[in-house]
Design a protein around this ligand. Structure first.
Ligand code: IPE
Ligand code: IPE
Ligand code: MG
Length: 217
């Protein structure tokens, strides 16, 4: 099962307490840790996390810099545990606009965890699905080739923080994804919330355009 999460609501979560937005991002990193630890218990094989969109460059410079620092810190702290637990880390999105010290850290995290088979965690950074599509498309390409280039189809798309939109995330891969929107802000998103989303997903009937129940025909 491939679960993708738009981790939204960090800034508003912090502002509720009168704290700077960055405090929300910091607490959001704890939720990422929780989700990665708990995902294999729920039968999730691939977890794709939206951490920074290409449009997020439009934010104030200090918020962007703080996010990049948090990311570097997160990677430094998490790689060892990921490795021990069979978690493979990959990063999707552009790398040429990221801080130059971050890029080798991403590459190291990917190579250090490359043997992980229990869970694949893909972190989307400077990510735009439209740009990924434009970069991947070749003349004469068919659906399978494009899917192989971009990555696996999403089974369950979760967005926290109350908004109900994709914000340029996994447009092709979500063609038949089930959507789960929750008002819970990402820093508050717990193991139980993840489990509830997966349980709801399992109760849905995915028809992929077919008629499955012909008993009434
Ligand atoms: C999601 O939280 C994290 C990033 C986009 C980096 P936001 O920062 O978008 O939080 P809100 O939506 O403003 O509350
Ligand atoms: C989407 O959230 C990007 C991430 C969660 C990383 P945004 O907060 O940037 O999206 P919009 O602006 O509400 O669409
Ligand atoms: Mg947001």
């Amino acid at each position: 099962m491939h679960v993708a999460i738009i981790m939204d609501g960090n800034g508003r979560w912090a502002q509720r307490f009168g704290w700077p937005r960055l405090a929300g991002h910091k607490q959001g990193a704890e939720s990422v840790r929780r989700a990665i630890r708990h995902a294999p218990c729920l039968g999730i094989e691939t977890l794709t996390l939206y951490a920074f969109s290409s449009d997020n460059w439009k934010r104030p410079a200090d918020e962007v810099a703080g996010l990049m620092r948090l990311l570097a810190h997160f990677i430094e702290k998490e790689v060892a545990e990921c490795r021990e637990n069979g978690v493979r880390l990959q990063f999707i999105g552009r790398r040429d606009r990221l801080p130059i010290t971050l890029v080798p850290a991403l590459e190291r995290a990917e190579s250090d965890t490359a043997a992980g088979r229990r869970l694949l965690v893909r972190i989307a950074l400077d990510y735009s699905s439209r740009d990924m599509l434009l970069a991947a498309l070749r003349p004469g390409m068919d659906r399978e080739e494009l899917s192989r280039t971009l990555g696996p189809d999403v089974d369950l798309l979760i967005r926290t923080g109350g908004e109900k939109r994709l914000s340029d995330f996994l447009l092709w891969e979500c063609a038949y994804a089930e959507f789960f929107f929750t008002p819970v802000a990402w820093p508050d998103f717990s193991e139980r919330d993840l489990e509830a989303a997966v349980n709801e997903f399992r109760s849905r009937e995915r028809r992929f355009g077919e008629v499955l129940d012909t008993s009434a025909a």
